[in-house]
Design a protein around this ligand. Structure first.
Ligand code: NAD
Length: 251
């Protein structure tokens, strides 16, 4: 079957999302590089284009219904119907429970959970019509629980249930839905965590690497490789899975 080769990657202006967008472009997808600020996506789009790929910067706030719907429609119009969606946009609002504000709770739920819901709902219309689709949600090892991350852990665990439910609903349309649960990946997000903890990023990386069986922290490319696999046409029997990409289980 000749499936349309158009992918949307959210939160793609930097970090894991940027690496996934670049990898999917190398795989031959026309990629919508979606993030809050269109200008922030420009560098990623330029890198993809200079490597001979096809990409479009799209401003989408995944937590906003209109923005998600309009952004997805724009991608369909400019690149073709999206048949791959990587729900990667994310934020942290870490705090201990007794200090966590309503806003810190809601922001994390809105971006990760509501955002993945809104984007998936908008994209599935194109996927069901094409009879082919790949949805990849970014969960986290934090889904198993993490101090100071009651909001984030709940959202990332929620995404696992969301993933399995979509897999059950959409499987018969040729659409797979899977989740990647990264461990420690070196990005601006983990840099910000080091700052919040009052340690240098190098110290955090060194400490993290000691706890990881693979002996190192992860890179955005480690996650992009798995997203690339899940987006493939011949990965169609992998559905509803959560793939931990964390250099091994905790010892
Ligand atoms: P990052 O902070 O470097 O990048 C996140 C991107 O999402 C940013 O470009 C940001 O502008 C964008 N974004 C935030 N809110 C948005 C919104 N409402 N709409 C559209 N875009 C929005 O983060 P990262 O480290 O690259 O993480 C990417 C994903 O992987 C996140 O979902 C994160 O929770 C998950 N993750 C990261 C790690 C890690 O160690 N870095 C581990 C596990 C899971």
């Amino acid at each position: 079957m000749n499936s349309p080769r158009v992918a949307i990657v959210t939160g793609a202006a930097r970090g894991i999302g940027a690496a996934v967008a670049e990898r999917l472009a190398t795989d031959g997808f026309a990629v919508a590089v979606a993030d809050l600020d269109q200008r922030a996506c420009a560098e990623v789009v330029a890198r993809i284009k200079s490597a001979g790929g096809h990409a479009l910067a799209v401003q989408i706030d995944v937590s906003d219904e209109d923005s998600a719907a309009r952004g997805t429609a724009l991608v369909a119009e400019r690149l073709g119907p999206p048949t791959v969606l990587v729900n990667n946009a994310g934020v942290l609002r870490d705090n201990l429970l007794f200090r966590m504000t309503n806003a810190e709770w809601s922001t994390v739920m809105d971006v990760h959970l509501r955002g993945s819901f809104l984007m998936s709902r908008a994209a599935q219309a194109h996927m069901t019509k094409a009879g082919f689709g790949r949805i990849v949600n970014l969960s986290s090892t934090s889904a198993l629980g993490n101090r100071g991350q009651a909001n984030y852990a709940a959202a990332k665990a929620g995404l696992q249930g969301f993933t399995k439910s979509l897999a059950i609903e959409l499987g018969k349309f040729g659409i797979t839905t899977n989740a990647i649960a990264p461990g420690f990946i070196a990005t601006d997000m983990t840099r910000a965590t080091a700052e919040r903890m009052g340690v240098s990023f190098d110290e955090l990386v060194e400490h993290g690497a000691k706890e990881i069986p693979a002996g190192r922290v992860g890179t955005p490319a480690d996650i992009a490789a798995v997203a690339s696999f899940l987006a493939r046409a011949d990965a169609g029997f992998v559905n509803g899975q959560v793939i931990y990409v964390a250099g091994g289980p905790k010892g």
